[in-house]
Design a protein around this ligand. Structure first.
Ligand code: ASP
Length: 443
């Protein structure tokens, strides 16, 4: 039988009703053997995630303040879940919660505090499903430098799970060499799921959340955009970098390396196929030439002009050095014969602007420096674009029709993406125009 590792996000386990959906999903497929839960998330838009409650509560405790009331709210979230599920594990929960309260008093650390969200949810879910509970601190290891020890961890997870038919392993945390608890960065339960999947050589890593996978573009810009059925890791990387966030980026590495596909699914709509993330996909697995459109506002273009720049050896290096010296990494660097532009994040750049400009002036003696402070970048990504004639022409025709002025163009040599720079206020119009031509009109 195949093995699936299934990770459920916070909104999938926010209350008893969600637990019931999760149990139905797991029960409907016997290959869903190992389950990685997040902490209870938001039940409604203005609600607070348990992880955030734990951080806030611990901060008060660490300052020596009275955290009883905040702690009671956390207790109430868990007690509410077991009561509504009809699970008779009050005693276990009360015992665990009192250990946690004592550890808060003993200043056990913010990571420990936050990790209890997943830990307690894992205990409840394991009881509810009748699966074995395995504390992530026993099997997920960080080194002295705070980095995950992937090899040792995979080995430990594999050993621990051998002969275990079904288990719940809480997400988000592991242990340091001195046995203290350490968490991954926020959203890190995705990483735990990926590690478990890699360790047991799963056939599939299912990541259950509250949306049916990736959409071709942001639904706040285009209402009800088409879903992305299949996306490659490389396409995902391009889109995630430009702002399309569903899945924690660091979670890709362990499963990609092991050749395990990821399926993003919706706990509230289990009938939807979701998005498959794979290493390679045939070009014809996508109904459209493009896979996705993403982008961000808030960039600045610094254009440096100098007569005969092209023949001046080391000019580009000196310009980039001025940014590097002040800790600013650049996004793109389109250039002309006597001009060179550097695209950077506005907030990062503006904090260091006078120093950077001073350095460019003294090391490069430019004729002119021009700054455009309102640039949005749009990434049009798709494996189907490779060797397709006219894709770029269609993008620019669509933008021209929409009366958008293109400020910058950059096509990666992989032909996987085209990056376009536009005026900030034209961003939404640009996304709509590109969506319309490739997806609505299927050109
Ligand atoms: N509960 C953690 C967070 O809110 C980890 C996760 O949900 O993946 O970031």
């Amino acid at each position: 039988m195949s093995t699936k590792v299934v990770k459920f996000g916070g909104s999938s386990l926010a209350d008893a009703n969600q637990f019931i959906k999760v149990a139905n999903i797991i029960g409907s497929d016997p290959s869903r053997k190992y389950v990685v839960p997040s902490a209870p998330g938001k039940r409604y838009p203005k609600d607070t995630k348990v992880t955030d409650m734990l951080y806030a509560c611990y901060d008060v405790a660490a300052r020596g303040g009275d955290f009883s009331e905040m702690f009671e709210e956390i207790v109430a979230r868990y007690m509410g879940i077991i009561r509504d599920l009809g699970l008779r594990i009050e005693d276990t929960l009360v015992r665990e919660l009192s250990t946690i309260r004592m550890s808060f008093l003993a200043r056990a650390g913010r990571d420990y505090a936050a990790s209890r969200g997943e830990y307690l949810n894992g205990i409840i879910l394991a009881k509810y499903l009748g699966f074995e509970f395995i504390d992530a601190a026993e099997v997920i290891f960080f080194g002295e430098d705070g980095k995950l020890k992937l090899k040792e961890t995979c080995h430990a997870v594999k050993e621990r799970l051998s002969g275990v038919e079904h288990a719940v392993i809480p997400g988000f945390y592991g242990s340091m060499p001195n046995d203290t608890v350490k968490t991954f960065s926020r959203g890190g339960s995705d990483i735990t799921g990926a590690i478990v999947a890699a360790a047991v050589s799963a056939d599939l890593y299912e990541n259950w959340t509250d949306i049916s996978g990736y959409l071709v573009c942001d639904p706040r810009i285009v209402p009800d955009p088409e879903p992305v059925k299949v996306i490659t890791y490389r396409e995902l990387r391009e889109l995630a970098y430009m702002g399309a966030q569903v899945f924690h980026e660091d979670a890709i590495f362990p499963v990609r390396q092991a050749g395990i596909p990821i399926n993003i699914r919706n706990t509230n709509r289990p009938e939807d196929e979701g998005t498959m993330i794979v290493e390679n996909a045939e070009e014809d697995t996508s109904p459209f030439i493009i896979t996705g459109i993403a982008g961000k506002k808030g960039f600045v273009t610094v254009t440096i002009e100098k007569d005969m720049m092209n023949s001046e050896l080391g000019f580009g290096r000196k310009v980039l050095e001025a940014f590097e010296d002040h800790g600013i990494s650049f996004e793109h660097m389109p250039s002309g014969i006597d001009t060179m532009s550097v695209v950077v994040h506005k907030d990062e750049f503006e904090a260091k602007e006078p120093e950077i400009l001073k350095e460019i002036r003294s090391s490069c003696s430019p004729d002119k420096i021009e700054i455009d402070r309102d640039v949005a970048l749009l990434a049009v990504v798709g494996r189907g674009m490779k060797s397709q004639r006219g894709t770029a022409a269609r993008i620019f025709a669509a933008l021209a029709h929409a009366k958008v002025n293109v400020k910058m163009i950059d096509q990666g040599s992989s032909e996987l993406n085209v990056i376009v720079g536009v005026q900030g206020e034209d961003f939404e119009t640009s996304v709509k125009a590109v969506y319309d031509i490739f997806v609505t009109q299927k050109l």
